[in-house]
Design a protein around this ligand. Structure first.
Ligand code: PLP
Length: 397
């Protein structure tokens, strides 16, 4: 199908929920993707931190083929060997003891909120239901998760919203102390805010959140749907802060493109879910957990994350220098392969220019360029991206 046909069919038959660029990607290999017209691009978007091992990674392709030949799906009425294996890999490499599998980030957060409320009811009684989140956060598009999302633009038109949610300004300890009390079931935070504009939470503030939760018996939920799984150069972004949550959610990169989400928790918290309390038909099926195991195997292999951190440092320096060359005032935010360069209202023009020149990046909050290359990106691919960006800055800024 050529792009004209795709646009015509899409406009006629697909709900108009996305502001899409007029292009369709049809093939990918490593850091590179091709559109329906045969144009080639460096992919520094990775389907929004999903294809973290690059496109068509040989080991992932092989895993999918082999699993498809065995069995794709049965049901959680039966045990699923790959699911228990992935649960072991995730718990062996994190604070958690138990995992629940679902299919997306929003579902994982929905599950985390349900688990926190169940735990709070069992241990503290009927009134401990409230969920506190940060302003400018993003937690998903289901009714509960868009309510947890501290940005009204995602909530407008969907009222009445579920009750029991409130919001605090990041880094404002007073507001936090005012919002968390004995009726708080949980505080949910992204260790690095993604959609909000790549804002890492400081170690000091994270420690304050943990202390405040502990003071009132509230659970701490880390939404690592975007920043988790090697994205920041640590397996989980909260490792940068030294603070450990009670519940953590994952999705995006866990399947490198197949849909999977996960809720991780300590034993004492996970025990609040009993048979019948929560479920998902597709959750953790044979295919997605086979891929999840392979992703975890690669990400935890010797030297993998160290290399992400080193390449991230290289990328940050290049980006910072380029910004300075063109008079950008802001500092690069983020770590590893999750970086944001604050600019101004010209950011969307730069995204458009770059895509025409063969570099896919995107823009958050209308003013910040966001870079999410595959963790496997090479230094020379970073250099190529910087050259295109240099041209874009010289034309647009
Ligand atoms: C993308 C994202 C979600 C939502 O994930 P979906 O798979 O789109 O439902 C939730 N939280 C964060 C931090 C995200 O970046």
């Amino acid at each position: 199908m050529n792009i004209e046909t795709i646009l015509t069919l899409g406009k006629e038959h697909v709900m108009n929920t996305y502001g899409r660029l007029p292009m369709a990607l049809v093939k990918g290999s490593g850091t590179w993707v091709w559109d329906s017209e045969g144009n080639q691009y460096l992919d520094f978007v990775t389907g929004l931190a999903v294809t973290s091992l690059g496109h068509s990674h040989p080991a992932i392709v092989e895993t999918i083929i082999q699993q498809a030949e065995q069995i794709l799906h049965s049901s959680n009425v039966y045990w699923i060997p790959n699911q228990v294996k992935l649960a072991k890999l995730l718990t062996d490499n994190s604070f958690a003891d138990k995992v629940f599998f679902c299919n997306s980030g929003a579902e994982a957060n929905e599950g985390a909120i349900k688990l926190a409320r169940k735990f709070a009811k069992i241990h503290y009684g009927q009134n401990k239901v409230n969920i506190v989140s940060l302003k400018n956060s993003f937690h998903g598009r289901t009714l509960a998760t868009l309510t947890a999302t501290g940005q009204t633009k995602y909530q407008k038109g969907y009222e009445p919203l579920p009750v029991g949610f409130s919001y605090v300004e990041m880094n404002n300890v007073e507001e936090l102390k005012g919002a968390v009390n004995e009726n708080t079931a949980a505080v949910i935070v992204e260790p690095v805010q993604g959609e909000g504009g790549v804002y890492p939470i400081s170690r000091d503030y994270m420690i304050k959140i943990r202390e405040t939760c502990d003071e009132y018996g509230a659970l701490l939920i880390f939404d690592e749907v975007q920043c988790g799984l090697g994205r920041t150069g640590k397996l989980f972004a909260h490792e940068w802060t030294g603070v450990t949550p009670d519940i953590m959610t994952l999705a995006k990169a866990l399947g490198n493109g197949v849909p999977i989400g996960a809720v991780l928790a300590k034993d004492q918290v996970a025990a609040s879910f009993q048979p019948g309390d929560h479920a998902s038909t597709f959750g953790g099926n044979h295919l997605v957990t086979a891929v999840g195991c392979k992703v975890m195997e690669i990400m935890t292999s010797e030297g993998f994350l160290e290399e992400v951190r080193n390449k991230g440092q290289y990328f940050i320096e290049k980006l910072q220098n380029l910004g300075q060359k063109y008079g950008a005032k802001g500092q690069v935010r983020g770590m590893g392969m999750m970086l944001g360069l604050p600019l101004d209202e010209k950011a969307p023009d730069i995204v458009a220019f770059c895509s025409k020149q063969g570099l896919l990046i995107n823009c958050v909050g209308g003013r910040t360029l966001r870079f999410l290359p595959p963790l496997t990106v090479s230094l020379s691919e970073i250099d190529q991206a910087m050259e295109i960006l240099d041209t874009a800055f010289s034309r647009c800024l």
